[in-house]
Design a protein around this ligand. Structure first.
Ligand code: NAD
Length: 501
């Protein structure tokens, strides 16, 4: 049963599909997909639940979300095991990054539910009192990707329900498991039925129907830029609100006074984390000329020492990619770069032996690629880093901005002026200084340019899921208000309309 609607697991009516374990290539389970009627049922459940959930005092929503954090903590090892089984990522990633990160998010939004901010109430015109209400929007339709299934579900669900909305989430058809478990945990936490609903299946049938459903008031989406554009197109027909977290191609800029050893470690960890299937992963290392050779040598050395293997083994540093099809896509990028004159310094192929049946790919470092080549410009979403040299600081920063994307970036230097300049000039939603990847739940995450708009995490994301209403109360007891002089041009007419109560 792969739908969770109105507090219950249900069969989907959109047909069956086999889910493959990417680390072995074997069939892991048969899943049933939703059809459009199932989506309608889920939206109706969310719409019905909205009436009560949105009217609860924030403290009640907060308490319920606090209980959700406890339920998730109780299920932590099970969640980590399912996350690894469905994605092929190392159990270390699932257990030490995904699950604790998700629980931290739940705890944050449980508190944030009680801290919605607005302008102070006040008198901005004579005789008028203005106040701002922040109101939930209604039913949110959310769509999430496969790379961090649990965390992406959390980033969509939590701010939405904390602000008083209800939600129908469609996770990636490749990774529905932990999103369903989260909804089940919400039920155990006594979050009312219908507040969180999960429908599973392909984007084209299930996702498009959800986005276009007339009772869905807003679509929040995390995924590729191409699908994000399609979502925006569909939403535009109904002038529906969208929140888009899209692809990335993060630059990693190393100035000539950087700590080389720290930068090399940062580049390897930042490019292969989660198999490089991370929208903020370091993908383009621009290294100032005098450090370039030493950087390439050290990164290659660290990459070749990475332990690739069975994702369920705690010693594994790099598990498999999400699917064989995706592995072949990553390999295709590397093969074409090679054919076009780039040089693979390390990696550049799938490992053989015991790992031949899985969707594994070696950590890969590429040099001698042209700035305008596809390997530098397009999102590969695999453990592949391209290193390119630059001369002046101006050049390094210009190259960093030279892709359509703008999600994340890092700059490495011991000079505060250089790093401050980089933080100002790099066009991205997050700029790390002397690090790459860590995130804080309190801080916003979201893109510039083709990486989308809207923020996940932090109180900024809570605001995304609210409508702002201005209420203006007139305290003037005259029938004719002073501002009406602009309408009633004749003084007599204005006088005639004046009376006191
Ligand atoms: P994807 O765009 O292929 O799919 C994402 C989701 O959209 C899936 O649930 C899919 O079923 C659904 N979908 C596909 N076509 C659809 C359609 N026509 N209508 C409605 N829904 C549709 O992305 P993916 O391959 O699952 O994930 C990888 C992408 O996600 C990368 O581009 C990555 O950078 C991006 N991502 C971005 C962030 C961020 O915060 N900006 C975070 C994680 C992943």
């Amino acid at each position: 049963m792969h739908q969770f609607i109105a507090g219950q697991y249900r069969e989907g009516h959109g047909g069956e599909a086999k889910r493959i374990n990417p680390a072995t290539g074997e069939v892991a389970e048969t899943v049933t997909y939703a059809n459009t009627d199932d989506v309608d049922t889920a939206v109706a459940a969310a719409k019905a639940a909205f009436v009560r959930w949105s009217a609860l005092p924030p403290s009640d929503r907060s308490d319920a979300m606090g209980r959700l954090a406890d339920e998730l903590a109780r299920r932590a090892s099970q969640l980590a095991a399912v996350e690894t089984a469905q994605t092929g990522k190392s159990i270390r990633m699932s257990a030490e990054f995904d699950v604790p990160g998700t629980i931290d998010n739940v705890n944050f939004f449980a508190g944030a539910a009680r801290h919605l901010q607005g302008l102070a109430t006040g008198e901005y015109l004579p005789g008028q009192t203005s106040m701002v209400r922040r109101e939930p929007i209604g039913v949110i339709g959310s769509i999430s990707p496969w790379n961090y299934p649990l965390q992406m579900a959390a980033w969509k669900i939590l701010p939405a329900i904390a602000a008083g909305n209800t939600i129908v989430l469609k996770p990636s058809e490749l990774t529905p498991g932990t999103s369903l478990m989260m909804a089940e945990a919400a039920k155990a936490a006594e979050i009312p039925d219908g507040v969180i609903n999960i429908v599973t299946g392909p984007g084209k049938s299930v996702g498009e129907h959800l986005v276009q459903h007339p009772d869905v008031m807003m679509t929040s989406f995390t995924g590729s830029s191409a699908v994000g554009r399609r979502i925006m197109e569909m939403a535009s027909a109904q002038a529906k609100r969208v929140h888009l977290e899209l692809g990335g191609k993060a630059p990693f800029v190393v100035f000539d006074d950087a700590d080389l050893e720290a930068a090399a470690h940062g580049a390897v960890a930042g490019s292969i984390i989660n198999g490089g299937q991370d929208c903020t992963a370091a993908t383009r290392a621009y290294v100032q000329q005098s450090l370039f050779d030493a950087f390439v040598e050290r990164v290659a050395e660290l990459m070749s020492g990475v332990v690739i293997g069975d994702p369920t083994d705690d010693a594994t540093e790099l598990g498999s990619l999400i699917s064989h099809q995706h592995r072949d896509k990553v390999a295709g990028f590397v093969d074409r770069a090679r054919e076009n004159g780039a040089r693979v310094v390390t990696g550049g192929s799938a490992p053989g032996g015991d790992l031949a049946g899985g969707a594994f790919y070696q950590p890969t470092l590429i040099v001698d690629a042209a700035q305008d080549s596809e390997i530098v410009q397009q999102e590969i979403f695999g453990p592949v880093l391209v290193a390119l040299p630059f001369d002046t600081d101006d050049d390094g920063l210009a190259l960093a901005n030279d892709t359509p994307y703008g999600l994340a970036a890092s700059a490495w230097s011991r000079d505060i002026n250089r790093t401050l300049r980089a933080s100002e000039e790099i066009q991205a939603g997050c700029v790390w200084i002397n690090d790459h990847i860590p995130m804080a739940t309190e801080m916003p995450h979201g893109g510039y340019k083709a990486s989308g708009f809207g923020k996940d995490m932090s109180s900024y994301s809570l605001e995304e899921y609210t409508n702002i209403k201005h209420v203006m109360m007139c305290r003037d007891t005259n029938a004719h208000r002073d501002w009406q002089d602009v309408v009633f041009r004749s003084k007599d007419n204005a006088q005639d309309n004046r009376r006191t109560s």
